[in-house]
Design a protein around this ligand. Structure first.
Ligand code: MN
Length: 503
């Protein structure tokens, strides 16, 4: 109990503290006699998970529910009992987690994966806190995985890599995503993990002197230019994300510029841009490497400016510039937004809310075509996204590989249906053209309603566009075979000798 409160940097009101203490006592009693595979008392697990959770999201109800999350599943305690002791909110959260836990293995791997994901997303769209609890639960299990058999370790680790880490990423909880990825990667591919780690350490050791010098130089320059900032820190690239990136760079680690990035935490958004200007004044930037995620945040809410510059000796450095709040958001994602208070009122979820709205709409679309569920899910939620702009500067985020067709339908379904052409960056383009990061796309409408065709389906990558096109085709093409038949018959009959013609 002491540990829990000590490691959560949050001042709980006395009433909340008492409730958390009550939850711990209740869980300890209920789990009496149960042990983990490691030999320690079972109750250690939910308490540790609650500590992990509280560090990014110190919400009393959610902490209590995490402490109680294995109770209805593993002990005699009933839902009603829990509701009576802790109220409806907490009991409902525990219920949500318990339902997520009932995973039924089907005959094929894919089906099992899909079924799990479906459950997760449904639960998440109902109350994101259920997913936060599940992730904290999984993170603690991953930290203590060594006690299990090899086979179980493999199963849990690959499930984590395929499912939980991407979800943490989608919710913007960078710190959890990173840890989940590296812990599971180490188990799923120990050889690759060790090789990547070694390569990273060797390379960093070579750059160590430059890194320290660059850090010193940056801080001197900023002081000289009169910019006040919170701190300059460094961050080392994570093993899993490095190994993925290496695949795209022919395994040449010297081509990867962000093995170590310098991070400048500023006092305001304006200062972020000022710092960028100062850095570019003193160091030559690598062309095409400035990314402004402040003006166009990633879909998970991530904000920061990234640039890559040459230092005095020609060595390449990535610099990330962000405010304190942006940094918190990068680490805690959706939880940071939920918890940051503005003028005494808890701030509502913003980025997350749009995502949940999208999620619901998308689930309805998907329900009609379950066979596309997995494919759609991979493309829509887990793949890298690109940002594409309307001529007025509205940003649409789309999966990599999306075409003009996807963009048009993302703006408005009518725009999609009436589209006859497009301009990308002012130049005439085909509607099947693939879009690139930052493209400005203008859709040209036809005066009469245009006609989506089957070809459009080939170029459409998002399930949103695909389902709208399919809907159109179903409604308008239902007579196609009949029409073909009619046409053919006429053609044929007119070419037939008169005595064959029907009267
Ligand atoms: Mn658990």
């Amino acid at each position: 109990m002491q540990d829990l409160f000590k490691s959560i940097p949050h001042k709980f009101p006395a009433k909340d503290k008492a409730l958390i203490e009550k939850a711990i006592e209740f869980a300890t009693k209920a789990h009496t006699g149960q042990k983990r595979k490691s030999g320690e008392d079972f109750v250690q697990h939910p308490i540790s998970a609650a500590t992990i959770l509280g560090q990014i999201f110190p919400d009393t109800a959610t902490i209590c529910a995490t402490i109680l999350h294995d109770i209805t599943e593993d002990t005699e305690t009933s839902h009603e009992n829990l509701e009576k002791e802790f109220g409806e909110e907490i009991a409902k959260l525990v219920d949500g987690v318990t339902k997520l836990g009932h995973v039924r293995l089907r005959n094929s791997k894919d089906e099992y994966y899909v079924e799990n994901l479906r459950k997760m997303f449904i639960a998440t769209s109902q109350d994101v806190r259920v997913m936060l609890i599940k992730l904290a639960d999984r993170l603690h299990n991953m930290r203590t995985l060594h006690a299990l058999s090899d086979e179980k370790q493999q199963k849990i680790a690959s499930e984590t890599l395929e499912m939980y880490a991407p979800i943490a990423g989608r919710l913007g909880i960078g710190s959890w995503k990173d840890e989940l990825e590296d812990l599971s990667f180490q188990i799923v591919s120990p050889k690759e993990y060790n090789e990547t780690k070694e390569a990273l350490q060797t390379e960093l050791a070579k750059r160590d002197k430059n890194i320290k010098e660059m850090q010193k130089e940056l801080s001197q320059i900023l002081k000289l230019e009169g910019i006040k900032f919170e701190e300059i820190t460094g961050r080392t690239k994570r093993i899993y994300s490095l190994s993925k990136k290496l695949l795209r760079y022919e395994n040449d680690i010297t081509k990867i510029y962000d093995l170590h990035a310098l991070r400048i935490i500023t006092r305001s958004t304006g200062d972020c841009y000022a710092v960028l200007g100062i850095i570019h004044k003193h160091f030559n930037p690598v062309p095409g490497r400035v990314k402004d995620f402040i003006a166009t945040p990633k879909p998970n809410g991530y904000q920061s400016i990234h640039t890559t510059v040459f230092d005095k000796s020609g060595e390449v450095f990535e610099v990330q510039i962000r405010t304190d709040l942006m940094h918190e958001t990068a680490e805690r994602g959706i939880a940071a937004h939920w918890f940051y208070e503005e003028k005494g009122k808890p701030k509502q979820l913003e980025k997350g809310q749009t995502w949940f709205a999208e999620l619901r709409a998308w689930q309805e679309e998907m329900a009609a075509h379950p066979e596309e569920f997995l494919e759609g899910l991979k493309v829509d939620f887990f793949k890298d996204r690109i940002f594409v702009l309307t001529p007025k500067g509205d940003v649409k985020d789309l999966p990599v590989g999306a075409s003009v067709i996807d963009f048009a339908f993302a703006v408005h379904s009518d725009l999609g249906y009436q589209m006859m052409g497009a301009k990308i960056g002012g130049k005439i383009a085909k509607i099947t053209d693939e879009l690139k990061q930052g493209d400005v796309v203008e859709i040209l409408k036809s005066k009469k309603a245009a006609t989506p065709s089957r070809d459009w389906l080939l170029a459409a990558k998002t399930s949103h566009a695909r389902s709208l096109i399919r809907k159109y085709l179903q409604e308008n093409d239902k007579g196609i075979f009949q029409r073909v038949r009619e046409l053919k018959l006429q053609d044929i009959s007119s070419s037939l000798p008169t005595f064959f013609r029907k009267k």
